[in-house]
Design a protein around this ligand. Structure first.
Ligand code: ADP
Length: 399
């Protein structure tokens, strides 16, 4: 009997226990379901807002690394400079960003010695010049700045080349003048002295031409030459150029043919400047074509589609273009020289140009003037068979 009572009491206690447990569980679940959601605290940002804003506003690459050269921060400029995405290099070694052993070593040394250092890189593949400064921070790690100096070093090189080219171009005529004057001082026979004076005059012309063309190019390049644009008939420009080149062509026994398409629209140009462009091209054609050859001046209308290949980089998408082409049956230009032909001072072959004269500035002036009119100039040539220089000018359509 006592066992039955004990069993009953134990069962009742177990039931009460279970019921209370279930009630607590239900309460717990209800609490969990209804409790307010609290976001986990954000991880601590070691770079404050001011630093982030400042480095985003700078036009320099900003990178922060720890003592082990792991990237902790990299702004967009730095990522762009090295052609990666900022997120991709975060928490990776700095070499994954700069991809240059010399720069990595410089950063390592700078951090180890706690001494600011810099290095200039010229990555072979990108053809750029990038300077990197590493400034160790007082406690640990370093701030790295990176700047693209490509443009600056190109300008610097252009300036050095210009000085070298000008002195080279001046040296030849000046050396001849000096020699001629020294000989004249020895009082040679009058007819020889007369001939020598003529040579001095020719050499001085070469110097004057160089100085004039340099001055002209610098005026055009600096934008100080304002173009006097006015509607002009293409036939007027062609006739003017033809009349001016005719005497020289005749002297060299060259035939000049003019082919102007009928009903060409007017072009909006500075007449003197565009005449100068044609004249420069015609002078070259005369210079590089042997007696008996032919020079053709052609003018016509082309659609944008027809010139697409040459106009692809043009900003102004004019639909109709007037082309003026100068074709000669002369020496032609070797294929490897064509990409450089419009550079300042570029001459195809200095041995070939000796005795013919010329500064190597004529085509650079042509290019600047044509581009100043929103146009394009290019050349097609085959060595020994002749050249074809084409100037394309946009037709300004009435609204
Ligand atoms: P330059 O004043 O020396 O003629 P340019 O800039 O006008 O200088 O021309 C650069 C070089 O291009 C010339 O030295 C010449 O070698 C080459 N060249 C230009 N026009 C022609 C042409 N019609 N035929 C052959 N070569 C040419």
């Amino acid at each position: 009997m006592i066992w039955i009572v004990l069993l009953a009491v134990t069962t009742i206690i177990a039931l009460i226990w279970g019921w209370r447990g279930q009630r607590n569980l239900r309460r717990e679940l209800a609490y969990l379901r209804n409790r307010p959601v609290v976001a986990p605290p954000p991880p601590a940002d070691p770079f404050n807002q001011l630093f982030r804003t400042l480095s985003a506003a700078l036009d320099a690459g900003v990178i922060v690394v720890n003592d082990g050269r792991t990237i902790r921060y990299c702004n967009d400029v730095a990522a762009k400079l090295f052609g990666v995405s900022a997120n991709a290099v975060l928490n990776h070694s700095v070499i994954t960003l700069v991809r240059d052993y010399q720069a990595d070593t410089m950063i390592e040394q700078s951090i180890r010695r706690r001494d600011p250092q810099q290095v200039t890189l010229q990555p072979v593949l990108s053809n750029r010049t990038i300077r990197i400064w590493c400034e160790p921070m007082p406690e640990s790690g370093a701030l790295i700045l990176a700047r693209d100096l490509t443009q600056l070093s190109l300008l610097e090189r252009a300036r050095r080349d210009l000085v070298a080219n000008v002195s080279h171009e001046l040296r030849t005529p000046l050396a001849s003048i000096k020699l001629l004057v020294e000989t004249l001082a020895t009082q040679p026979p009058p007819e020889l002295a007369q001939r020598m004076l003529g040579q001095v005059d020719t050499e001085l012309d070469a110097v004057m031409q160089l100085v004039d063309e340099l001055h002209e190019l610098s005026q055009i390049e600096s934008g100080r030459t304002a173009l006097q644009l006015q509607p002009t008939a293409v036939s007027t420009i062609v006739e003017r150029a033809h009349d001016r080149i005719q005497p020289q062509a005749k002297r060299k026994d060259l035939r000049v043919v003019v082919r102007v398409a009928p009903d060409l629209p007017e072009v909006y140009v500075d007449r003197d400047r565009i005449s100068q462009v044609l004249l420069n091209l015609l002078h070259n054609a005369v210079k590089w074509t042997d007696a008996g050859g032919t020079i053709t001046i052609e003018a016509g209308l082309r659609s944008r589609a027809e010139l697409g290949h040459y106009l692809s980089r043009m900003l102004e998408p004019s639909n109709r273009w007037v082309i003026m082409a100068i074709h000669d049956t002369g020496a032609g230009i070797p294929a490897e020289a064509i990409p450089r032909i419009f550079e300042r001072f570029y001459k195809v072959d200095r041995a070939r140009t000796r005795g013919v004269g010329g500064t190597g500035l004529g085509l650079a002036i042509v290019k600047h003037l044509v581009e100043g009119h929103g146009g394009v100039v290019w050349v097609a040539s085959s060595e020994g068979r002749g050249s074809n220089f084409t100037v394309a000018l946009p037709v300004v359509e009435d609204e």
